[in-house]
Design a protein around this ligand. Structure first.
Ligand SMILES: Nc1ncnc2c1ncn2[C@@H]1O[C@H](COP(=O)(O)OP(=O)(O)OP(=O)(O)O)[C@@H](O)[C@H]1O
Length: 581
């Protein structure tokens, strides 16, 4: 069952954004100050242009000419100052944005890594990937751009309105009228936008999920002839995504044209009212011209603010999804206690997968150091679940799984892998060198130790690779066959050197030749360790020191192979049917 990741509420998103500003408050403060100064310098030109008009209109001769020259030089000087201040403001704002993006990315990764494996496995991969890529990019882009653009624009808009009000209060009211219209439309828009953008992000996350599962399972889809069904699912997802996108587009089609109209209104107002006032001699022509120029200037900042408000809606929905990861359950705290010995104990363990009922119902088991134990039972009996609990990947809902008296799941990863390691047939090759792939298991291992580990699992082929241990693996680089990937995984087990290895389907689905080669390597790895094997072939159970039979989340039988066959219970029946008796 797949559970969806939470989405953070608006207050959490605001707190997170505030945290970003606090984290870099000096740079942010400098950006603010530079913007205020730049906006102040930008106000001088229209005002002085008005003065030039008045000077030309009221006086003549050489004194008027020299005044005009002087004012023109001041306008030029203020424009240069504005350009220089804006440039530095832009540079600092970009620096602020980049640092904030880096922090958001790191925090996102840290939070995902802090989630319990069981949670990560249960959330839709497409959603997690969309949050870690598209959503983080949207937030980063906004933080990078919003600080310079919105700050500059807001300060400019405020200063321009202030300047017109000072110039002439009546003309200033025309500007306030424009702001009032924009504010009403914005309010209407904002009330609807968050839900619409959240729905759009979720729909595109779901689309990514359907796409990735279809591509990931392409062979299964082909083999089972599921193309039509997958196409249907894809079309349904595309349809939902299209509808949610149309909704946000519609909101924008209302917002922007209304705003466009509201730009022309104050200009018309200034020309009409200003004209009337001028003809009554209440204001000078220069004042009307300066006010008209200011209102022309207002279009730019208001446009920028609106563009960002619109962008802010979609990126705050993205931010809510990125921050939502913080609301997901976290792995519990790690213990500093040291296991007293290598004994593994399972006491009255119950376990339920997320949103499900118990699949283990009070399991008790003790594994002696050095013992070879086989877990058998029908499909769905709970063997793999118990294996994951024994390996410390999941925590029991109640009861305890301990090694040397310490809860296995409470051990930090670097300590856990020296105790217990789970080997499955899912062998991930990381996009890294052979050395990098091996050092994951033991970061301080030397090259000779890495070579010994490879030799222990018969991975001599590493020496034949173009750059030996430095050969890049994974992705588009050198591709390993399944058997080699498995050897690499086993070499990691040798390096981690745990006292207990849990095998779950380690070789069950490999082809016979590969399985034979791998089993040879596996035998070398298991030498001298406690082994708990989830046995799919009864031969493994036959060779084990003890067989534990599971059925419907409980241990139904336990003993040596011979004892269990003699007892004539479930295991004996399995054994007989396996032999065709
Ligand atoms: N990831 C999961 N989410 C929810 N339920 C699960 C999950 N994995 C297993 N289960 C359920 O838990 C129960 C035990 O499954 P488990 O895989 O542990 O059994 P198993 O004995 O290992 O079976 P198999 O031999 O088929 O692997 C089953 O009912 C299964 O449907």
């Amino acid at each position: 069952m797949s559970a969806s990741l939470p989405v953070a509420g608006p207050s959490r998103v605001w707190r997170a954004a505030g945290g970003e500003i606090r984290a870099d408050r000096r740079v942010f403060g400098a950006v603010l100050l530079l913007n205020v100064l730049a906006a102040g310098a930008g106000l001088v030109a229209p005002w002085l242009l008005g003065r030039i008009v008045d000077t030309v209109k009221t006086s003549s001769g050489s004194s008027a000419l020299s005044t005009v020259d002087f004012l023109a030089v001041v306008i030029l000087g203020c424009t240069v100052v504005q350009i220089v201040l804006s440039r530095y403001a832009l540079y600092l704002a970009a620096r602020f944005g980049e640092s904030a993006s880096a922090r958001i990315r790191e925090r996102f990764l840290g939070r995902v890594l802090a989630m319990p494996a069981s949670t990560v496995e249960h959330v839709p991969g497409g959603d997690l990937i969309a949050r870690g890529t598209t959503d983080v990019n949207a937030v980063s882009g906004t933080l990078r751009g919003i600080v310079p653009d919105v700050l500059i624009a807001s300060v400019q808009a405020l200063f321009i309105l202030g300047a017109v009000l000072v110039l002439d209060p009546l003309l200033g009211l025309c500007g306030l009228g424009c702001v009032a219209v924009v504010a009403v439309v914005l309010r209407w828009y904002l009330r609807r936008a968050r839900t619409a953008y959240l729905a759009e992000s979720a729909a595109f996350g779901a689309l990514a999920e359907v796409l990735s599962t279809t591509v990931g399972g392409a062979r299964t889809v082909e083999a089972l002839g599921l193309q039509a069904r997958r196409t249907e699912a894809l079309e349904a997802s595309i349809d939902v995504a299209r509808r949610t996108r149309l909704r946000t587009l519609w909101l924008r089609t209302v917002l922007f044209p209304t705003v466009d109209i509201s730009y022309t209104l104050p200009l018309v107002g200034v020309l009409l009212i200003g004209g009337a006032l001028y003809s009554h001699g209440t204001v000078s022509l220069g004042t009307v011209i300066a006010a008209a120029l200011y209102f022309r200037q207002l279009v730019g900042p208001v446009d920028t603010i609106l563009m960002w408000v619109e962008q802010l809606q979609s990126s705050s929905a993205s931010y809510a999804r990125v921050e939502g990861v913080a609301c997901a359950p976290r792995a519990g705290a790690f213990t500093s206690a040291e296991p007293a010995d290598d004994r593994i104990e399972v006491v009255d363990v119950r376990y339920a997968y997320e949103h499900g009922s118990d699949v283990l119902h009070g399991v008790d088991l003790e594994v002696r150091p050095g013992e070879r134990l086989a877990l058998v039972g029908p499909s769905g009996a709970g063997k793999s679940t118990l294996g994951r609990l024994l390996a410390g990947i999941d925590r029991p809902r109640s009861g305890a799984v301990t090694v040397g008296g310490v809860p296995v799941a409470g051990l930090a990863p670097e300590r856990l892998r020296r105790q217990v390691v789970l080997v499955t047939q899912e062998h991930h090759v990381f996009q890294d060198t052979v050395r990098g792939n091996l050092l994951i298991a033991r970061p301080d291992a030397t090259d000779p130790q890495l070579r010994d580990a490879l030799a222990a699992v018969d991975a001599d082929w590493v020496d034949e690779l173009p750059a030996g241990l430095d050969t890049e693996l994974g992705g588009a680089a050198h591709r390993l066959t399944g058997a080699r990937a498995q050897q690499l995984a086993l070499a990691r087990v040798v390096l981690a050197d745990p006292h207990t290895v849990i095998l779950d389907e380690a070789t069950a689905l490999l082809d016979p030749t590969t399985a034979r080669n791998t089993e040879h390597a596996l035998a070398a790895v298991l030498q001298g360790r406690t082994v708990i094997a989830i046995a799919h072939r009864l031969q493994t159970a036959h060779d084990a020191d003890r067989v534990v039979v599971m059925d419907a989340g409980r241990i139904s039988e336990s003993g040596t192979h011979d004892d269990l066959v003699r007892n004539g219970g479930a295991y004996a029946a399995l054994w007989r049917s396996w032999h065709g008796d």
